[in-house]
Design a binder for this molecule. Sequence first.
Ligand code: GTP
Ligand code: MG
Length: 584
Amino acid sequence: MAARRVGMSARLLLCAQRSQVLRPTHRLLSCPGTVAADVKREEQSSRSVETGSEGRIPKKKFSELQKERREQAQRTVLIHCPNKISEKKFLKYLSQHGPISNHFFYESFGLYAVVEFCQKESVTSLQNITRTPSMDTEAAIPFKSRFFNLKMKNPSSQTSEQSCIQCSNHSPPSSKKLSELLCYAESIDDQLNTLLKEFQLTEEDIKLRYLTCSLIEDIAAAYFLDCTVRPFGSSVNSFGKLGCDLDMFLDLDEIGKLNTNKTSGNFLMEFQVKNVPSERVATQKILSVIGECLDHFGPGCVGVQKILNARCPLVRFSHQASGFQCDLTTNNRIALKSSELLYIYGALDSRVRAMVFSIRCWARAHSLTSSIPGSWITNFSLTMMVIFFLQRRSPPILPTLDYLKTLADAEDKCIIEGHNCTFIRDLNRIKPSGNTETLESLLKEFFEYFGNFAFNKNSINIRQGREQNKPESSPLHIQNPFETSLNISKNVSQSQLQKFVDLARESAWILSQEDKDRPSPSSNQPWGLAALLLPSVVNSVSLAKKKRKKPASERIKNLLESIKSSSPENDTNTNGKRTVSTQA
Ligand code: GTP
Ligand code: MG
């Protein structure tokens, strides 16, 4: 391994995370045949391969994975524990209610345990011996949830025997550590894979996301019996970075439809319901009620905001114990289908996720994306751009959506609100690409491709995998894959697009200099991907844009000179604090 020393480490701004976000620390006991074991196996297989032309291990359908995770979450409880506790006694105590298949601990303003029982009945048994707390000055609103508080009956008697929980830390690396990892990598390919490995959601984080949905489902079910709360977006599409938000979909479609086949004779029973003027009004009313429930009765749900006039109405809140920022929507089935499609693309070739993570981090590092809504490019749009680019390679690394539709069978057929959302769901039936390009080459080509893309006249669409004339005048046009008349990047302003283009060109230039100017192992310079993530690159770009004096190549040379002369102390002072958002 090339021993590259790190000088500008703390300048990297890609890895600071929202402070309240979960950093689970865990001890995971994975049983053979469980989802955890599957994930480990799949991770191992994807890490051993760089080109994507591997002999693939069968992968589960998105729906199968969701079903397993959901079922697993229903057998799981979340327990706020005293800071010092004997793990052995804790597990023994809980085992009275039935065998435990998994558990782990994490810290998020206190110590929490996620405990997965083998059977659902164990949860009921635990609930049956649990009391509602009585308080001196406040009144508790009773709610029999799966979120518990563990108290010591006699804390002093435990002190002598307690053993502290050894929480291993599963947070992403500090900016300094990440910079070291990137600078010590052997190649740019290695850097991209390292970034992916460090930022992808951990098994525990995924479990906690499903558990949080399941806990919210319990609250929603108090009114909408048989409803389902499903995660979607980057929590499940395989492109989620540690700390990303938790998008949830309140699915009411199953309610009342379950019994349609059970009616007999000449009668048909229907529920008496209230009618409202439109689906949108129904959505708003439902979310309004759920928002109130979460606010008043939802254990651990804080900062509830009802954003009901948005194009897609939602309830936003923080789930304090898990640390997740949650967006709850309903009547948003197409987004769930988009998540499934992205999951398939992410699983088809190991280069896809490495590219998407790096581009997302790059965009976040240069403030091209933001957690605040505005005229910025979103991560969803960036992912579409990477997929489109990979469809454009020769031979293509990813198939077009239209091709995935031709592979679909009758069971895959899916029409949502009149939109054809059909594509093959069994990704094992999709032939792997014969393309063997390296990640280094793809990264450089990506920046060159979009640095020179005719955004003024062409639109990006992954359905056909080729450029098309823009149907409308927005600066950036990325066709919504299912609602094809919509542009998912309509919000992006000309200046934000120009910033993206400028940065893409400069990043392509930096990478093209890599072979010539790659710093010696003894130098203190970040290189490759690490150099692309330096915030000073964007500062130089915007400064230079204002002055409009020097050509880009000269600016970059000056920039690199200034990097060489910077001191490590200064680096430490800028340590990642600007990258608070993890929405990249
Ligand atoms: P993060 O930034 O990591 O949260 O990525 P994300 O993919 O989860 O994005 P976000 O939370 O903004 O949106 C969640 C999901 O909603 C996306 O994955 C898409 O499926 C869908 N979505 C987001 N933006 C749009 C849009 O502009 N149009 C449509 N049709 N769907 C969108
Ligand atoms: Mg999201």
